[in-house]
Design a protein around this ligand. Structure first.
Ligand SMILES: [Zn+2]
Length: 271
């Protein structure tokens, strides 16, 4: 059969015109997509924790499809991250890990997020909601404050000021890394801090300092630490011998101590 060049061009133009969004959504509608068995783990997802934030899901469809998976901020419905699963097969159990990073390479803020899943070009389905935390409260047990004397900026002997915030807890209470990162320094300072550990927070300009530990920290210099990882126990070493057992906690921004109390109160509320 002979086809005249003009006819060929017309066919090609028609094909290109039909390959837009309308064609793919028609295809998506045609697969009978249905989202099934969704769940999110762990129950309290935390940035850079040992357990990754994971959406588990399955779906029904007439054949394999390309899927779009979205992470959206619940407030304002802002798109935070998009994934594509090529040629996903219906019927099985699938999983998508989100590392807590935005599509612009920053750490997502604390708050509520949701997963959505749908066939590429088709309607997105709600797949579950969760609260992301970027930090945890560092004292893992009953705790309290020391009042004014334990606050940031309180006067200390020799004209010093208090560069951290004191959290009272029973000696031996586990201490958790408020934020993951790399251990910058561990040591023993008999004059002030006793046993201490300094952690350079991952993807933040903040360092986190834990002191008066009961014994040497459970992590060593250059160790990679995850958010909420056990790093030691509350004690009263250094100049804390005559005080109730407590954690002297500091947040340093580019090396300079800032008042950690607002952070601690926010992390504590999360429970
Ligand atoms: Zn202190």
């Amino acid at each position: 059969m002979r086809i005249r060049p003009f006819t060929l061009i017309a066919v090609a133009v028609a094909l290109v015109a039909g390959a837009g969004a309308e064609a793919s959504s028609t295809a998506a509608r045609g697969v009978g997509f249905e989202l099934k068995r969704t769940s999110i783990s762990p129950q309290h997802p935390t940035f850079d924790a040992e357990r990754k934030i994971r959406l588990h899901y399955g779906f029904a469809a007439t054949h394999a499809v390309d899927l779009r998976i979205e992470v959206r901020r619940a407030k304002g419905d802002k798109l935070v991250r998009v994934y594509r699963e090529r040629d996903a097969r219906p019927g099985g159990r699938l999983a998508r890990v989100w590392n807590g990073m935005t599509r612009h390479g920053g750490v997502a803020d604390d708050g509520r997020y949701e997963f959505r899943v749908g066939p590429l070009g088709g309607a997105m389905k709600y797949a579950g909601r969760f609260r992301l935390r970027t930090h945890v409260f560092p004292v893992d047990g009953p705790h309290g404050t020391r009042g004014a004397i334990g606050e940031f900026g309180a006067p200390r002997s020799g004209g010093r000021v208090h560069e951290g915030f004191d959290i009272i807890a029973d000696c031996g209470t586990p201490l958790l890394a408020a934020r993951g990162g790399e251990v910058k320094k561990v040591g023993y300072d008999p004059v002030l801090y006793g046993y201490y550990v300094l952690i350079d927070g991952l993807k933040t300009s903040q360092d986190y300092f834990y002191s008066h530990l009961i014994a040497p920290p459970a992590v060593g210099r250059r160790d990679r630490v995850r958010t909420a990882q056990y790093v030691g126990r509350v004690g009263k070493t250094g100049n804390a011998a005559s005080t109730p057992c407590h954690l002297h906690f500091e947040v340093r921004v580019h090396g300079d101590p800032v008042d950690p109390e607002p952070f601690l109160r926010a992390w504590d509320r999360h429970g």
